[in-house]
Design a protein around this ligand. Structure first.
Ligand SMILES: C[S@@+](CC[C@H](N)C(=O)[O-])C[C@H]1O[C@@H](n2cnc3c(N)ncnc32)[C@H](O)[C@@H]1O
Length: 316
């Protein structure tokens, strides 16, 4: 039976563009900025979002609380009533090429607790956001269990505003091992340049969780691994663009943005975020070729956005 994708008009059009060396209309040729700006805001996420202008953000990347009693910030009496306040702002603030990543899991224990299923149901039925991908973060290290299969994955949903969403697959391709490379290079049907670029990392990513003595740890109870955040930042935003994390926690997203030459806005209502973030900054070892960076704590939002825009306009 023929592969159905051979008749998919989207696939056919993409293949034709690739063959003719033409970029997709969502492609953005971004110059490396000479400086990036990182604003840290100690504020409530919903209050902050309401002040952001329309179409101002390339990537929203969030790891929200789910009412799981993991910490003092993780308790709500009506989860969705609260979550819909920030979910309703996402479509407005991301740009037409913009993306949004929301981390979560499928808990589904009682109605008081939130989970990604509930978030997906809400965005599907109550917002114009488009669902692009579900990414499974698979890890080998985790808790044991006796009354169910021990959990070894978390999920992240990728939403976008339009079908012109930005995606730089080449920046996040996974290299082939040397043996596979050799075999593929002998196959005359395959293009050597594409083999060197590596393969699509697929939507199942094996990345270890941070254990207690991980060198990345800065003290936040639910800190995410840098590698996980980096893949989203690199693939779904471009150098000099603006990334927002309004449940910033320790500021992992901000650290990755500094290293990958993106601008960032970090928001958390816990003032300890500044302390955690300083530890991230101390842990940075200069192994990335990045633009100079400038950090502003609780700046005036309009001034901050002007800084980002001016720098970007000069460089492009
Ligand atoms: C799951 S953690 C994020 C961890 C982060 N991904 C990291 O790698 O460090 C969620 C964060 O949301 C923050 N938070 C909870 N409610 C908030 C609110 N209403 N406004 C802003 N931040 C909030 C908490 O203080 C917590 O740090």
């Amino acid at each position: 039976m023929a592969n159905k994708s051979h008749f998919n008009s989207g696939h056919i059009a993409m293949n034709k563009l690739k063959k003719n060396g033409v970029a997709h209309s969502s492609h953005i040729e971004a110059a490396m900025p000479s400086k990036t700006y990182h604003g840290i805001f100690t504020e409530d996420a919903v209050q902050f979002l309401k002040k952001l202008p329309n179409n101002s953000i390339q990537l929203i990347l969030i790891d929200p609380p789910y009412n799981l009693d993991l910490a003092t910030w993780d308790t709500f009496s009506n989860y969705l009533e609260w979550a819909r306040q920030w979910l309703d702002e996402i479509y407005r603030v991301i740009s037409d090429t913009g993306n949004c990543i929301i981390f979560g899991g499928f808990q589904y224990q009682d109605l008081k607790k939130g989970d990604l299923l509930e978030i997906m149901h809400y965005t599907r039925h109550h917002t114009p956001l488009r669902f692009t991908n579900l990414v499974i973060w698979y890890y080998k290290n985790g808790m044991s269990a006796h009354r169910f299969f021990a959990n070894r994955h978390e999920e992240a949903i990728w939403l976008s505003k339009t079908n012109k969403y930005f995606f730089d697959l080449d920046s996040v391709r996974a290299p082939y091992d040397e043996e596979t490379k050799e075999i593929y290079k002998r196959d005359k049907r395959l293009i050597a340049e594409n083999i060197d670029k590596g393969k699509n990392p697929t939507n199942v990513w094996e990345i270890g969780r941070l254990n207690g003595n991980s060198v990345e740890r800065v003290g936040h109870p639910t800190q995410k691994p840098l590698e996980l955040i980096r893949r989203f930042v690199k693939g779904l935003s471009y150098p000099g663009s603006l990334v927002l994390d309004f449940f910033a926690g320790s500021g992992t997203t901000g650290r990755v943005c500094i290293e990958e030459s993106r601008n960032s806005i970090l928001v958390d209502n816990d003032p300890k975020m500044v302390e955690y973030f300083n530890r991230h900054l101390n842990n940075m070892n200069g192994s990335f070729f990045s633009a100079e960076h400038c950090i502003r704590k609780n700046p005036d939002l309009t001034d901050f956005l002007n800084l980002v825009r001016n720098e970007y306009e000069i460089e492009v």
